[in-house]
Design a binder for this molecule. Structure first.
Ligand code: AQP
Length: 342
């Protein structure tokens, strides 16, 4: 059975990159797959989170999922810490994955910075927990932004090594020649790596100190307009096809955002705007962004005003997720050779 899994960290400032690279793409997958969308709060605490803020942010990401069009009744929406099997399987994966694999992870290097000795052990093991998130549901397809590609490759390596290391036991327990699937990343589209509005070489990020670097999903129309108008560009007019964006990272970024928000390709966008000045293009981008993001932001605000309703959705989702996760974990215990009760 094909199943989609993806997660978003409740670390504040959900932005256009999170929306175009991930959340907006979760929505159409609901037609074709069983989908599990998770607010990954255990990943969030790999760096310090204020406890009160964390709670608020968990509810805000849940609200963003729902406001974007995810149906928590037909699919599953929950927060990671409510299903203990994620942590249980992550421990087994910590014993399957190799230290050398983790040492190659670029996200750890970026987030730990120079003071690596002082990074949390959780931040180092982050990809192992992420592999568990996906594989505890035997997720086959994972929609993420470009920055998560390396972690997904690691999840495949973990699945493969588990399948190999325990091949005999897997077969003995009736699972054939592979227990975990090799997950397919879904990373396609014109905005898989949305860049900062202030610097076309940096990805749009929750933790950028400049709020002008990103469009937050809760920004109102005025804020969206101001940020797009102030976005960095170069002095040339827009090219008439996507190949002409080469070497112009800021132009490439804005055209990619326009394409993703309008459901068109970059070439189609440039057919319309080729030769235009950025002032004209930015005005059209403001209208489009306000039209697409405005309703999501207001719906998010409406939803977070009723935290009890959101918490009920998360608890219901967690109850349904746990049923699937428990089955996987029971089988993993048998395969690994743990003695378990019932
Ligand atoms: N700039 C981006 N462009 C496209 N996709 C992006 N994603 C994040 N940034 C971009 C995708 O959003 C999903 C959820 O990401 P996350 O919760 O793991 O957050 P993150 O990647 O930690 O977000 P930031 O903004 O990058 O936070 P900081 O500032 O802490 O580094 C993922 O699918 C991700 O690919």
């Amino acid at each position: 059975k094909e199943r989609v899994f993806s997660g978003v960290q409740p670390t504040g400032n959900l932005h256009l990159g999170n929306y175009l690279g991930a959340i907006s793409r979760f929505v159409p997958l609901q037609e074709k797959y069983d989908c599990i969308y998770c607010v990954v709060d255990m990943h969030a605490i790999t760096v310090w989170q204020d406890p009160k803020e964390l709670k608020r942010q968990i509810r805000e990401v849940t609200a963003a999922f729902i406001a974007a069009g995810i149906d928590p009744k037909r699919h599953i929406v929950f927060n990671q810490s409510q299903v203990a099997e994620h942590a249980e399987l992550a421990w087994v994966f910590n014993c399957v994955a190799r230290v050398g694999w983790m040492n190659r992870m670029t996200q750890f290097k970026e987030k730990a910075g120079k003071d690596r000795e002082n990074a949390s052990l959780g931040l180092y093991a982050y990809p192992s927990l992420m592999a568990a998130d996906i594989l505890v549901y035997k997720g086959t397809h994972v929609p993420v932004g470009e920055d998560q590609k390396q972690h997904l490759e690691l999840a495949r390596d973990v699945a493969q090594k588990f399948n190999n290391d325990f091949a005999e036991s897997i077969a003995e327990h009736g699972w054939g020649d592979a227990f975990f699937p090799l997950t397919e990343p879904l990373i396609q589209g014109p905005a898989m790596r949305v860049m900062s509005l202030r610097d076309g070489s940096k990805k749009m990020s929750k933790s950028d100190p400049s709020d002008y670097s990103r469009i937050n999903l809760t920004d109102d129309a005025d804020a969206i307009a101001q940020k797009i108008r102030k976005a960095k560009t170069d002095p040339e007019p827009l090219p008439s096809e996507a190949a002409g964006l080469e070497g112009r990272p800021e132009a490439q970024n804005l055209v990619g955002i326009f394409a993703a928000l309008s459901g068109r390709s970059r070439d189609e966008v440039l057919k319309e705007f080729g030769g235009a000045q950025f002032s004209t293009f930015k005005a059209a981008l403001v209208d489009l962004a306000v039209e697409k993001l405005g309703p999501i932001g207001s719906e998010m605000k409406r939803l977070v005003a009723d935290p009890a309703h959101i918490d009920a959705i998360l608890t219901d989702g967690a109850d349904r997720a746990r049923v699937i996760a428990r089955q996987t974990m029971d089988a993993v215990k048998d395969i690994v050779g743990f003695v378990r009760g019932h």
